[in-house]
Design a protein around this ligand. Structure first.
Ligand code: NAI
Length: 332
């Protein structure tokens, strides 16, 4: 029997032809993310959807001469945007203003994500779904609950995008160590908000940083988003670096779907790691494959300091996840 990878390479999608839909494509993240997805050669069909502005973004991006068609969709065309999608990326929703935490966005973004998840479950239930909308620790469980209620939940296909934390970790550690950030690979685990963001510096070349430097670095990685929110002074949160992060993660998911080997990225998924302790979702390194999640990697060896961070993060995550689950139960 042919393996799935071999079978795929003989199928009509052998040349890695994929439809990617961006929901929220008119926004601060959505626009540059759409641009970056237009530059990904695995993408042959790019569907850009928003409640406003998507056709304009699509017309603009469509002039770039890569081998894909781009189409913009208005609010009454969500079904068309989603049908046939292999990957759906969701940066729809409101961003933070100075002084806000990601959790403060819950009231607005929970219903936006719930409604988009309902449509995705109906029109593209087998697509990989990449959630950028905050608070990720709660919006990902919201999507899972919606999919479960429709009987189409596949934990291998649902991802919370935490790649921006990985990017920031590389950048900030390089600034402290005086190294080239391109060569800095830091695994970031836990979740995507403040103290749930845990860079595993003990697994890098920088495990011997003194405690003060280490604490400051970890804090900067955890709260790096606040620097951007403050500097934008009310105009939103990270959009350009987030678009790069989203495009990198979506590219990795596509590489996995195409059967490429050893595609590994940290991401917030339905995870076996701490389920016995009641933590249903957790971010860790994940190998991406033709079915989506192939392997959820354990955290590996942690320092005592990191063990403590993980312990605290788990408590926060249980609350964040419950909030998402309860929201769908109360507002189906
Ligand atoms: P934005 O306000 O610039 O754009 C959001 C877009 O979503 C707008 O174009 C809006 O029309 C659209 N939208 C709203 N409701 C919609 C719906 N029901 N269907 C389709 N589109 C809808 O915001 P920005 O800066 O692009 O941020 C988007 C989200 O991403 C926020 O929730 C933000 O907190 C989150 N974010 C996540 C990060 C991460 O690391 N996961 C990093 C940075 C931001």
């Amino acid at each position: 029997m042919l393996s799935k990878v071999a079978a795929r390479s003989f199928s009509s999608s052998a040349s890695a032809a994929y439809k990617v839909a961006v929901l929220g494509a008119g926004g601060g993240i959505g626009q540059p993310l759409s641009l970056l997805m237009k530059l990904n050669h695995k993408v042959t069909d790019l569907a850009l959807y928003d409640i406003r502005g998507a056709p304009g973004v699509a017309a603009d991006v469509s002039h770039i001469p890569t081998n894909s068609t781009v189409k913009g969709y208005n609010p009454d065309q969500l079904q068309e945007a989603l049908t046939g999608a292999d990957v759906i990326i969701v940066p729809a929703g409101v961003p933070r203003k100075p002084g806000m935490t990601r959790d403060d966005l819950f009231n607005t973004n929970a219903s936006i994500v719930r409604d988009l998840a309902k449509a995705a479950a109906d029109y593209a239930p087998k697509a990989a779904l990449l959630i950028i909308s905050n608070p990720v620790n709660s919006t990902v469980p919201i999507v899972a609950e919606v999919y479960k209620s429709k009987g189409v939940y596949d934990p291998k296909k649902l991802f919370g995008v935490t790649t921006l934390d990985v990017l920031r970790a590389s950048r900030f550690v390089s600034e402290v160590a005086g190294t080239n950030p391109v060569n800095e690979k830091v695994t970031v685990v836990g979740g995507h908000s403040g103290i749930t963001i845990i860079p595993l510096l003990s697994q890098t070349n920088h495990k011997d940083l003194d405690a003060e430097t280490r604490d400051a670095l970890v804090h900067r990685i955890q709260f790096g988003g606040d620097e951007v929110v403050k500097a934008k002074d009310g105009a939103g949160s990270a959009t350009l670096s987030m678009a790069q992060a989203g495009a990198r993660f979506a590219g990795a998911v596509l590489d996995g779907l195409a059967g490429e080997k050893d595609v590994i990225e940290p991401t917030f998924v339905d995870s076996p790691l701490f389920k016995s302790e009641g933590v249903e979702f957790f971010s860790s390194k994940v190998t991406l494959g033709v079915e989506g999640v192939k392997t959820v990697h354990p955290l590996g060896q942690l320092s005592e300091y990191e063990e403590e961070l993980v312990k605290t993060a788990k408590e926060t995550l249980i609350g964040n996840i419950k909030k998402g689950v309860d929201f769908v139960a109360q507002n189906p």
